[in-house]
Design a protein around this ligand. Structure first.
Ligand SMILES: *Cc1c(COP(=O)(O)O)cnc(C)c1O
Length: 399
């Protein structure tokens, strides 16, 4: 290894909190579908860093929007108006359900805002409980963490914030049973990401919408991972013919620039009166300019169509792998380019070996390989990735 690679890793070991398991790779550069490390090795990125780099790395339109904005105005306090924030709010509203936006800096913060909005809205009735789903993931801050129904993430952080009730995902009756007179909202990912690419059924989401209407509950959809075109529509809920009351976004909203957003129906949004909620950096011109460029790129480059086409192509290729490696692969499931390949054995070995061979994928819930390439991926990249994956599966099968 080169000395600068070593010295970077050494400085992390000394000076950076060790809360991540990191690969011994220093990434230095990205362009399109590819990343390069400090040794000059190239990686095909078919994971997009948890569906953040949805337009690939350093997309020229986003890069030039950021650099233009960086020369104009980087920060302005939220006691003033700024053009990029207004423009991005309109784009989110027009492409979803006509709501109003609150901007923040991450997915967890977007969910914190959603939880606070639901609570403040129903505070006159003292309704505060929120029903969330097993295997959900809503972030690591304390309220988002309390909403996340995976005990492994709670360990060591008790006491948890009160008021969350957990039920199995895709089980409408379980939600019905959990509702009581203190419930104010139901919160879920239409497609669970960390949970293993679990796709809500049509009946379930439609049933949840009806149930929420009957009991005047707010339906909060966390589209931090599945939103922004990942499934071939702007938002995953648009596959279901329903609309949420509140939706949260982050990950790819700025294609890598730190930004989160909560959007809520206008009547609801008004419950967040001045003084009730705020964040210093939320909606800053730099991040919002990146967000505007992301929306422009999706539209101009026809990326929803490309996502659907490349999603279908990927499913076809992965399903044919699944057939050939029937003793290894349990199931392939996905919508658009949000695809999980569930294995019968642990998947970290596959991810590690793919990385050695220059392909970035991910594994969640021990056995589910996540395949989430940028939305502007081409067949040749998918073919290149599948060829590497196939080689790795061949080896793994013989063990
Ligand atoms: C990643 C993620 C979050 C948390 O986002 P951060 O930006 O890491 O705080 C919340 N919800 C979902 C569905 C996610 O995938």
């Amino acid at each position: 290894m080169k000395t600068d690679t070593n010295s970077t890793i050494e400085s992390f070991k000394k000076y950076v909190v060790p809360n991540y398991i990191r690969n011994a790779v220093v990434l230095t550069r990205g362009k399109g579908m590819y990343l390069w490390d400090s040794e000059g090795k190239r990686y095909l990125d078919l994971f997009s860093g948890w569906a953040v780099s949805n337009l690939g790395h350093c997309h020229p339109r986003v890069t030039s929007a950021i650099s233009r904005q960086a020369k104009t105005l980087v920060h302005a306090p939220n006691i003033f108006y700024t053009e990029p924030q207004g423009a991005l709010a309109k784009l989110i509203s027009d492409s979803s359900f006509g709501g109003m936006c609150f901007f923040c800096n991450s997915g967890a913060e977007a969910n914190e805002a959603a939880i606070k909005l639901a609570r403040i809205h129903y505070s006159p009735q003292e309704r505060y409980k929120i029903i969330t789903m097993h295997n959900s993931f809503h972030g690591r801050t304390m309220a988002a963490l309390a909403a996340t129904a995976q005990p492994k993430y709670h360990k060591g952080f008790s006491p948890m914030l009160e008021g969350f009730t957990f039920v199995p995902f895709d089980d409408l009756d379980a939600v019905k049973e959990a509702v009581d007179d203190k419930t104010c909202a139901v919160m879920l990912e239409p497609i669970q990401g960390e949970g293993g690419i679990n796709i809500a059924s049509q009946e379930y989401l439609k049933g949840l919408r009806r149930l929420c209407d009957e009991h005047r509950l707010l339906l909060i959809l966390d589209e931090v991972q599945c939103g922004m075109g990942r499934t071939g529509k702007y938002f995953a809920y648009q596959h279901y013919g329903i609309t949420p009351d509140i939706m949260t976004l982050a990950k790819s909203l700025g294609n890598g620039t730190a930004i989160g957003a909560m959007t809520a129906r206008a009547e609801l949004a008004k419950s967040l009166v001045p003084g009730s909620h705020a964040t210093t950096f939320g909606g800053n011109p730099l991040a919002c300019a990146a967000g505007v460029a992301v929306f422009d790129t999706i539209r101009i480059e026809g990326l929803l169509e490309n996502c659907s086409e490349m999603g279908a192509y990927s499913m076809e290729r992965l399903n044919s792998l699944a057939e050939r490696f029937g003793d290894l692969v349990k199931e392939v499931r996905g919508v658009g380019l949000m695809i999980g390949v569930e294995l019968k054995k642990e998947g970290m070995t596959v991810v590690k070996r793919c990385m050695e061979k220059g392909l970035l994928l991910n594994c969640t819930q021990e056995k589910v390989l996540r395949f989430m390439p940028p939305l502007n991926v081409r067949k040749k990249h998918i073919d290149e990735g599948i060829a590497i994956l196939e080689g790795v599966l061949k080896e793994y099968q013989q063990e």
